[in-house]
Structures are given as structure tokens and as C-alpha cells.
Design a protein around this ligand. Structure first.
Ligand code: ADP
Ligand code: ZN
Ligand code: ZN
Length: 710
């Protein structure tokens, strides 16, 4: 038997070779198993990815098969090939992105942990006292942990009689505790939405439901139905900070039938969860982006929650969009896809509008709770009044809520204490030595830190340039606000940002403690803006509502609208009415005004017009070509060469923009060209050519379809 083996070797572009499977390995050498093969005088790791009929050259024998069972299903093997083509990415990298790191090619396998149990086979008549003591342990269960049985002599006797039997079970590292709960009965509106999704005619249904409309409940009913029909389901969430509460809800309902996959798991936990899925012990997988590669069979539904989120795009190779992978898997499995969001991405809503997706809208909150009242505060006025950080209205409302024993969430998009330090005498701004970026002051640790490369240093007392002692802290971050709140109010404040959640489990703890009313105010970065559901929060304050507006990107208005809608949606989700307060310097910007009015459709219409005028997605597609180099000259020369090549080889249907160069980050420059296109045929040929022809070892090239950041 001949097979195609993908080998792990950096120096070659072509990496698939034909090998012979010797008869003693025929049983084990299946598609998707890892093998060791001879290659010249070396031995290489490889993966069987095809069966081959014949070969024009003499083939060598596979030396060893490493896996007892394939680690990739046939479906995933073929998906990898599609991805490699589509994203102009190496096949090996595509497969590696599907696997837990414990199964990566050159890693040593992690051990699987086992527990020993004893199982009761039949009831013993007239047991002795000692036997009875042991058998009593089996009164409400068929299985007991071996370590719980103390008298090993009698145990052995019972085993010899065949009454008890020793069994070994895999132990999963991730603890699975949950409070059991039942599915709620859907409200008539939810029920209608559920039915529409069930009867959708497209593969994809876009479920636009305002915040608190009960989308999660609908997901659970859909999944229940799928599982009852013997199929499996995947739920994708944008980031782990949003999953804590959601996972609790899913685990409560589906209990041990759930596996969880996300990046905060240890390698061991991740491997265990992956095996649960592979061994068909669970029917439901919840996780972040890469959970889409869960080795499930017979998928019935794929749910992508908060579908507009940027985290659904992978930022390193293979640079895939989740929806594209989900579509491949849905087609293979004949499954449905549900995209859920209160603020769908413009692209998705446009697809729904032209009928490529089914559109289901839930415009009321559960039990018709009103959406929060949103106030916009013009900070230009507040500065004149002398309250540059916290407006008068914000302070008043905070006091009011504290008195009523209701809780408050405050969002500020920047961590640290002050976001830059400037010398009042010479004007020097303290910058990172590796980046063209100013350093952020972190008061808690007394350090200056670069948020781009991780550089950290003790804060100096004197200006490094002119030795003046007048160093001014400018701009505000979470730590500063925490200080202000503590000075101004008698309140229990908890801060949630990347610094306060770096320890494993810190995140979950803050959320649970806040939910249990151990704090009055939750202060945080975007981390707190989405997905969280606290019953006692009646006030949400956004301190700098336009920070995302000032980013030069065609999606900045959309991001601002989404963020403001999501964060105000955290207020008043249960019985109590909620208020959201947005502090801004652009009170008349349409993304802020429409967010205040909860008017997605007007925002969509306005933004779509602008996109059309400027020719941006959804009216075209975008691919970015980047050259990354530590040497400015080398990078610049290379990108100019590519620019020229594009101009000669692409016709006038393609628009090439750039090149532009980024600020220096971590001592490297990023040069970028953007291509706007509608058809990709010619483009693919050209891009593949570029990819092939970059030979300079001192630079790195990236081809990025639908880039998240321009
Ligand atoms: P969304 O995901 O749309 O923001 P959720 O699914 O989180 O909304 O629902 C908002 C709140 O309403 C949650 O606390 C949830 O438990 C509750 N809820 C949702 N559906 C129902 C229902 N059918 N009956 C009772 N409570 C519900
Ligand atoms: Zn100075
Ligand atoms: Zn830096």
C-alpha cells in the first residue's frame, strides 16, 4: 500500500512524498496518523494525508506509526488542504492549527492520566460483614474509586468471586463542576425565532437580537434538539473573558456532555478535552476560534456568538476567518450555522439583506425589559467645568447607585496609570527603546511599560534627557481611575484588565465575586464590555467613548458603535431599569448618536453608504501584503519590488494602495500594501508567485486576506 506523507522539513517547499506501508504496519497506518519515515540519511516526522495508487520512483518503507488512532479525521485532512490553498499557507501549519499542542509533530506526547475504579457486576447473596461493608459503598452507584476501599484483602476476595471488577478510566485534568439547571421555556418571541432558524433555507442564519433578548437560551434549545437527534454541536465565543458565565450556563444544562477548548487551558487540560471529543464522550464543544477544528463527527449545528468580533480572525498563519472554516464544516456535515449578535458586522448583515443568509431578528428583551436609557456627555463642557475625568452626571449617578446598593460598571479603554510621560522642561516623551511607542506608567508596580513589546523599566525620577525633575503624567488608564474612584467614593472597587487577570483563574474570580456583590464597582477595559450578565448592574459608564473612533481604520465607526451598544447592554438586564452614560468629545458623531438610540438599522444604512462611496467591504474584498523586517532599507526595497510587480501583473480591476510603513515595534518595521478586489482568480496567481519568490532570509512576508487591522 502506498501513502502520501506530509513531512516536517523547513528547507523544502514541496513536502509531500510517497511511501510504502510495509505489511506489518498496514493495520495501523491509517489516514491521519503520525509516522516516522526515512528521508535521505535522516528520519523525519510526518503525517499520512492520502492514499496513493502508484509512484514513478522507488518508494521507501514507513519506519514506524506513532498513533494508535488517527489524530485527524478525513474531514479535517481535506479541510487542511482547502485552507492551505485558500490562504496561501503551508499545509503543515494548517494541520498544526487544528491540533492541541500536545499532538504537534515534534512535541513529546503528554501522558494521559488514569484513575482506578471498582465496578459491581452482580449482587452477592449472604455476604460476610466485611464484604457487606464494601458492598454498601455501591448502594447508589455502580462505580467506586479504588482508593476509597480500604480493606484490600476482602476486595480481592470479591474480585476473585467475580462480584466486583476493576476498571481503569481516563482522568480529565479540567475540573468539571457546575450547578445543574434546566432549559427555560422560550418566550413566544424566542420560540418564533427558534422556529425560523429551524426552517431556514440557507446554511447560515443571522440572529440579530438586542442585548438581553435571550439569544443564549435559543442556542441551548437548538443544541438540545440537535443532540436529541444524535448529532453534535459547536458553540464559539470570542474570548475566554466572555465564556465564564456562558460556560456555566451551558454546563448547567448539558452537564458532562460538554467539552471546553480555549487558550487559557494548560496543554494537559486542552489535550484531555480534545480526547473527550475524539472519543465521542461529549456532543457539545464550547470554545474560542480554534475550537472550530474540534474532531467531532456528525455536526448538526455551529453557533458563532457575537459574530462581529475581531477575534474570529486568526492573526497569524494560517490567517483564516472563522466563518469560512465553519462554512466548510457545515457543508461537509450538512449542518446549520447560526451567527448571533446585537450588532452584526456590516458584511454579515449585508449578506442577510440580499438573501445569502436567513435573517431572524429579536428586537425586544426577554419580558419586554426596556433597553437602557443612554446619555451622552460632552466632555468639552466638562473640561471647562473642571471635571476632565468623571463628569458631574457620572459622579451623581454613581453616588445614587451606591446609596441604592446597586452595582456599577465603568469602562476605560486603557490599562495602566497614565499612558505617557512628558518632560515639562524639554518636551521629551519617554519611549520604549525597542518601539516608536510611548511608555505607560503602572503605579502598582512602579514601572514604565511598553504595551507592544513587553519592555519594562523602573520609572525614573528625572528626565533622561535634561535631568529635569518635572516629569508630567499624561492621559489616564484603569489604575488612575481606580485611584480616583477610591478617593471620591466610599465604594468597593475591583479592577479588571490584563494586569489584574494575568494569573490563571483571576478572571473568573473577579466575575463571580462581582456577581456575588462583593464589590460595588467593576472597572475595566473592553474585557468587561460584552457578554457579561449581572442582575444588579443598573449603571454603565464609558469614560472615553471615542477612543476607538480615533483609530485610522475604515471600521472604526463600526467598532465604536458595537462597543457602545454592547457595553450599554450590560445595564438593567433583570428587573431593575438601567442607565448608560457615554462620555465623549464627539457627541454628534453618528456612531455615538445611533448607539444612544439603539438604532442598528440607521447606523447600518449610513455606514453602508460611506463604505460604498469609499469602496470598502462589503463592496470589495481586501488582502494585505506585508513585509516584516528589522532593517528599514531592506524591507522598503522588498515592498517596492512587490508594488512594481503588482502594478505590472494586475489589471485595472484591482486597486493597489500603499505601501505604508508602521511605527517601529519590537525593533521591526512592517511595510504594507493593500489590494482591493472583487474577483480573485488572477490575484491568486499573482500572490502565489510573490510568496514563492521571496527568498531574502532577513525578511518575513505575510499575505492576509480580510485583515482585521489596516
Ligand atoms: P443575550 O444573549 O441575547 O444577551 P441572554 O440569553 O443572556 O441574552 O438572556 C438575558 C437574560 O434573560 C438572562 O439572564 C437569561 O437567563 C434570561 N432569559 C432568557 N430567556 C429566558 C426565558 N425564556 N425565560 C426566562 N428568562 C430568560
Ligand atoms: Zn527633559
Ligand atoms: Zn516596546
Amino acid at each position: 500500500m502506498l501513502v502520501g506523507v506530509l513531512v516536517e522539513i523547513k528547507s523544502l517547499k514541496e513536502k509531500i512524498f510517497t511511501y510504502n506501508v510495509p505489511s506489518k504496519l498496514i493495520e495501523k497506518a491509517k489516514l491521519g496518523t503520525r509516522v516516522i519515515v526515512p528521508f535521505g540519511s535522516r528520519k523525519l516526522n510526518g503525517l499520512i494525508i492520502s492514499y496513493e495508487k502508484e509512484c514513478e520512483y522507488v518508494t521507501k518503507d514507513i519506519i514506524e506509526v506513532l498513533d494508535d488512532e488517527p489524530i485527524l479525521t478525513e474531514e479535517l485532512i481535506s479541510l487542511g488542504k482547502t485552507m492551505s490553498e485558500k490562504y496561501i499557507s503551508s499545509l503543515m501549519i494548517c494541520y498544526q492549527s487544528m491540533l492541541p499542542s500536545a499532538l504537534k509533530f515534534n512535541k513529546k506526547s503528554l501522558n494521559i492520566k488514569y484513575d482506578k475504579y471498582v465496578e459491581k457486576v452482580f449482587d452477592l447473596e449472604n455476604p460476610s460483614v466485611g464484604e457487606k461493608n464494601i458492598l454498601n459503598l455501591f448502594n447508589d452507584t455502580d462505580m467506586v474509586k479504588l482508593s476509597l476501599i480500604k480493606n484490600k484483602t476482602i476486595l480481592k476476595r470479591l474480585i476473585d468471586k467475580g462480584v466486583l471488577k476493576e476498571v481503569v478510566k481516563e482522568r480529565y485534568r479540567l475540573s468539571s463542576t457546575y450547578d445543574k439547571c434546566d432549559l427555560k421555556t422560550l418566550t413566544p418571541n424566542q420560540k418564533k425565532a427558534y422556529e425560523s432558524i429551524m426552517n431556514a433555507k440557507n446554511i447560515v442564519t443571522l440572529l440579530r437580537g438586542v442585548t438581553g433578548s435571550g439569544k443564549t437560551e435559543i442556542y441551548m434549545h437548538l443544541i438540545k434538539n440537535v443532540i436529541n437527534n444524535g448529532k453534535t454541536a459547536i458553540v464559539l465565543v470570542p474570548e475566554i473573558s466572555l465564556t465564564t458565565q456562558l460556560i456555566d450556563r451551558f454546563k448547567g444544562v448539558f452537564q458532562d456532555n460538554v467539552a471546553v477548548l480555549h487558550s487559557s487551558l494548560s496543554d494537559g487540560e486542552r489535550y484531555d478535552e480534545w480526547r473527550k471529543i475524539k472519543d465521542k464522550k461529549v456532543s457539545l464543544v464550547i470554545g474560542t476560534r480554534s475550537a472550530i477544528f474540534a474532531p467531532l463527527n456528525n455536526i448538526g449545528i455551529i453557533i458563532i456568538d457575537e459574530e462581529h468580533e475581531d477575534t474570529y480572525k486568526q492573526e497569524n498563519n494560517p490567517r483564516y476567518r472563522l466563518i469560512d472554516i465553519a462554512l466548510e464544516r457545515a457543508k461537509y456535515n450538512n449542518a446549520k450555522i447560526v451567527l448571533g449578535s446585537a450588532t452584526p458586522s456590516l458584511e454579515s448583515y449585508a449578506k442577510a439583506k440580499v438573501g445569502r443568509y436567513d435573517l431572524v431578528e429579536l428586537l425586544e428583551r426577554v419580558n419586554n425589559k426596556a433597553l437602557p436609557l443612554v446619555y451622552i456627555i460632552d466632555m468639552k463642557d466638562e473640561i471647562k467645568k473642571g471635571s476632565p475625568i468623571l463628569s458631574k452626571k457620572a459622579s451623581d449617578l454613581i453616588l445614587d447607585r451606591l446609596n441604592k446598593k446597586e452595582q456599577i460598571m465603568i469602562l476605560i479603554n486603557r490599562r495602566g496609570y497614565s499612558n505617557y510621560i512628558i518632560c515639562n522642561e524639554c518636551g521629551e516623551v519617554l519611549k520604549c527603546p525597542n518601539c516608536d511607542i510611548s511608555l505607560t506608567y503602572h503605579k502598582t508596580s512602579g514601572t514604565l511599560r511598553c504595551h507592544y513589546c513587553g519592555y519594562a523599566t523602573i520609572k525614573p525620577n528625572l528626565c533622561p534627557k535634561c535631568s529635569s525633575k518635572y516629569l508630567m503624567l499624561k492621559g489616564i488608564g484603569t489604575e488612575k481611575i481606580e485611584e480616583v474612584l477610591n478617593e471620591k467614593f466610599d465604594a468597593r472597587v475591583v479592577r479588571m484588565d490584563r494586569d489584574s487577570t494575568s494569573k490563571k483563574g483571576a478572571h473568573e474570580k473577579i466575575i463571580r465575586d462581582f456577581n456575588d456583590y462583593k464589590y460595588d464597582i467593576l472597572l475595566g477595559t473592553q474585557m468587561i464590555s460584552k457578554g457579561l450578565d449581572f442582575k444588579n448592574v443598573t449603571l454603565v459608564i464609558v469614560l472615553n467613548g471615542d477612543s476607538s473612533l480615533n483609530v485610522p481604520d475604515y471600521r472604526s465607526a463600526e467598532r465604536t458603535f458595537n462597543l457602545l451598544t454592547q457595553v450599554s447592554g450590560r445595564a438593567g438586564r433583570k428587573e431593575k431599569e438601567g442607565i448608560a452614560l457615554i462620555q465623549t468629545y464627539n457627541p454628534n458623531h453618528y456612531s455615538i448618536v445611533f448607539a444612544k438610540e439603539h438604532d442598528y438599522k440607521s447606523f447600518y444604512n449610513k455606514e453602508l453608504k460611506i463604505r460604498k462611496q469609499l469602496n470598502y467591504p462589503p463592496f470589495c474584498n481586501i488582502v494585505a501584503i506585508r513585509i516584516i523586517s528589522t532593517d528599514y532599507e531592506i524591507g522598503n526595497k522588498e515592498i517596492q519590488k512587490i508594488h512594481k510587480y503588482l502594478n505590472t501583473n494586475l489589471n485595472s480591476k484591482y486597486v493597489v494602495l500603499g505601501p505604508s510603513v508602521s511605527l517601529k515595534i519590537n525593533n521591526t518595521y512592517k511595510f504594507q500594501l493593500i489590494i482591493k478586489y472583487k474577483e480573485k482568480e488572477l490575484l491568486y496567481e499573482v500572490l502565489k508567485d510573490i510568496d514563492k519568490n521571496i527568498k531574502n532570509k532577513n525578511i518575513k512576508a505575510e499575505i492576509d486576506f480580510s485583515p482585521v487591522k489596516l
